[in-house]
Unconditional design. Structure first.
Length: 357
């Protein structure tokens, strides 16, 4: 086979670090996921609602499975702890810890930050040695955050002490009187919507929660405000992409499902070194499909890790030509992949083509 056709070594890798960028300090994530989902009108909190066989929060966690993030703390209501642990195990999310939340958003985030400060104590190490330099806080119901933007937030937080995503206001903001009449409106061009993710140095966010008032804990929602008021840290604001939107209403779940379908990556597995296999692989690569030569070892793990849907599996063999691996592909390898994919609710289509002279 032509050496440029098949992705052998690269197929087994999962190196998500942006090219030319280096994160040389520890970064951890806190995902508050204790909401009740009242606005969706559903009995199940929206972060646990499933589409395409997978709960929303699992998609969000997957967005943080990048090489330079050392740990993720998911903060849930106490009664949902077992459910969250089951999701982590079922979808094989690594580096994730579950923590019980508090009665309000700020109390839950604070619990997550404190948990990061305790990491390493169970193994007898100093907690201070394992504390992250930067903590990224993100909503569990914003599943489409991209690594490039996480990188921008992490770097800005390290340099400034705090950083947050902003987006232009879509609607004009008005103030009303107690009787329900218009008081005044704000000039929209001067204001921005505060979004997630937000990033802080560990010391800043920890001190902010240590110093804030009970009123802040009970009624506040803005972490950047706490950093400014109690630590004097003026956050760097970073213009965010449209993909930072939040799943709030029932209709948003349908929109999220549609986006996941559009973002799903396709892979074609080809075994066999016949001329037909090489020709097919070349054509599929031109169609922007990732072509993988076999289902052994790291290749299978790579598919299960990186793809929501594996759309096509093709086996081409020839009686007079050896396969890429030197032997004919064993049907057992395909069956093993299919079984593993089924456990993770990944849809696998298998098409086996036999080529003779």
């Amino acid at each position: 086979a032509h050496p440029g056709i098949f992705l052998t070594n690269e197929a087994g890798k999962s190196d998500h670090q942006p090219a030319g960028r280096c994160v040389d300090f520890p970064v951890s994530v806190v995902l508050p996921a204790g909401g009740t989902g009242e606005r969706t009108g559903l009995q199940t909190p929206k972060q646990f609602c499933s589409f395409l066989g997978r709960p929303l929060i699992s998609y969000t966690i997957q967005a943080f499975e990048v090489s330079w993030i050392q740990s993720v703390v998911v903060v849930v209501a106490k009664e949902n702890t077992d459910l969250m642990i089951d999701i982590i195990q079922r979808f094989q999310h690594g580096k994730v810890r579950v923590v019980a939340g508090g009665s309000t958003r700020h109390r839950s985030i604070c619990n997550g930050v404190l948990a990061l400060g305790e990491e390493g104590e169970d193994e007898g190490r100093s907690a201070a040695a394992d504390r992250p330099k930067v903590v990224i806080i993100h909503d569990a119901v914003r599943p489409f955050v991209e690594e490039d933007f996480l990188y921008k937030i992490a770097m800005a937080a390290k340099e400034q002490g705090a950083a947050g995503a902003i987006r232009p206001l879509v609607s004009t903001v008005i103030a009303t009187t107690s009787e329900g009449y218009l008081d005044h409106s704000l000039e929209r061009a001067k204001y921005r919507a505060s979004e997630m993710p937000q990033g802080f140095t560990y010391d800043v966010i920890c001190q902010a929660y240590q110093r804030c008032s009970e009123s802040d804990f009970e009624f506040g929602t803005e972490c950047l405000h706490l950093a400014l008021q109690y630590c004097g840290t003026n956050a760097k604001l970073v213009e965010g992409p449209p993909t930072l939107w939040k799943v709030t209403y029932k209709r948003d779940l349908a929109a999220a499902e549609s986006i996941v379908k559009s973002l799903s990556r396709s892979a074609c597995v080809i075994t066999g070194a016949s001329t037909g296999a090489v020709t097919l692989a070349d054509a599929l690569q031109k169609a922007e499909l990732d072509v993988i030569p076999d289902l052994t070892g790291d290749n299978a793990r790579y598919l299960l890790k990186e793809w929501n849907f594996i759309q096509l599996s093709v086996h081409l063999s020839s009686t007079d030509e050896p396969s890429v691996s030197g032997r004919a592909a064993e049907p057992a390898a395909i069956m093993d992949l299919a079984s593993a994919a089924k456990l993770r609710n990944i849809l696998l289509y298998g098409i086996q083509l036999h080529q003779s002279k």
